[in-house]
Ligand binder design. Structure first.
Ligand code: NAI
Ligand code: A1CAB
Length: 267
């Protein structure tokens, strides 16, 4: 199998590093290219033993899956770069937020199979939550093979294309929203009298531990919270303070704005 990444930035690198860590593929099955920063590709070649090229004909020849991993506003230039070199066996996998399958087929001037995926950077540790939508031309055997690839760096779920806006907001951008929340928690905790290094390490381990609890426990998140909330104790006091603020509305606004942006990118 030959997989080519057009784009080797934050999201693409999380995917191919996750792919290689999963040992599903040999690193020599993966080829990278980007716009111009060859030194970044040389670094990946040295670090991960993957190959890179700027020869599009060579890259696309015998390529089974071609990941489109540029930013949405760079897709026009990317399409111009490859549209006349597309091979019959190329299956296109777009990770570009908002750009529809129709737009991809139109700009690439192709009827080849196209899939849109919406992963997140947790792919780097094989924990991505990935939404996927297929064009009609995607046959069942390639669908199964692509699910195998996606499940090697997390879990994949097929959705209707118009639901990818929500997936992009909730789980594609999701890690950034949670990281922001962790940052605010750490900022508040460092105002409680402990030194910042201690708080950083402690909260990072708190988050990791809570993640492991979510992985190991079958209890609802609400029950896990209630198990910590001793009657009349410190947790109850803290939660009563938290509940004074419209936190659900805050996240509703956050997600609505992210969904709105995803739809704007599709225009
Ligand atoms: N960063 C994230 O957490 C996620 C990003 N995405 C999507 O992934 C895509 C890339 O995002 P990032 O990795 O964050 O951006 P980035 O800026 O880190 O990487 C973009 C890459 O595209 C390359 N590129 C640009 N024009 C090109 C061209 N004409 N030919 C070949 N390569 C070209 C750049 O050289 C760079 O390697 C975006 O469309 C974004 O919507 C999707 C899910 C999560
Ligand atoms: O911020 C963005 O547009 C990309 C898509 C989801 C996460 N990052």
């Amino acid at each position: 199998m030959k997989i080519v990444f057009y784009g080797a930035g934050n999201m693409a690198s999380a995917i191919f590093e996750g792919l290689i860590s999963s040992s599903l593929l040999n690193s020599h099955d993966i080829y990278l290219t980007n716009r111009s920063s060859e030194n970044r590709l040389q670094d990946y070649q040295q670090k991960l033993n993957i190959r890179y090229s700027y020869d599009d004909m060579a890259l696309l020849t015998d390529a089974d899956y071609v990941f489109l991993a540029a930013k949405p506003y760079d897709f026009d230039a990317l399409a111009e770069r490859i549209k006349d070199k597309i091979q019959p066996g190329n299956h296109f996998i777009s990770i570009m937020a908002g750009i529809s399958i129709h737009q991809i087929k139109t700009k690439l001037k192709t009827q080849n199979p196209v899939a849109r995926i919406m992963p997140n950077t947790n792919a780097q540790v094989q924990q991505s939550v990935t939404g996927i939508t297929f064009s009609e031309a995607f046959d069942d055997s390639h669908k199964a093979e692509l699910f195998n690839i996606l499940n090697s760096f997390g879990t994949a779920l097929e959705v209707e294309e118009d639901k990818l806006h929500q997936v992009t907001a909730i789980t594609g951008s999701g890690p950034a929203f949670l990281y922001y929340m962790y940052e605010q928690y750490i900022k508040a905790a460092t105002k409680m009298g402990l030194d910042k290094e201690h708080v950083d390490a402690a909260v990072r381990n708190l988050i990791i531990g809570t993640g492991h609890m979510l992985e190991a426990s079958e209890l609802e998140i609400e029950q896990l919270r209630e198990n910590i909330t001793s009657k009349g104790g410190t947790t109850k006091a803290g939660l009563d303070a938290l509940k004074k603020y419209p936190i659900e509305d805050i996240f509703k606004d956050c997600l609505e704005q992210a969904i709105k942006r995803s739809k704007e990118l599709a225009e």
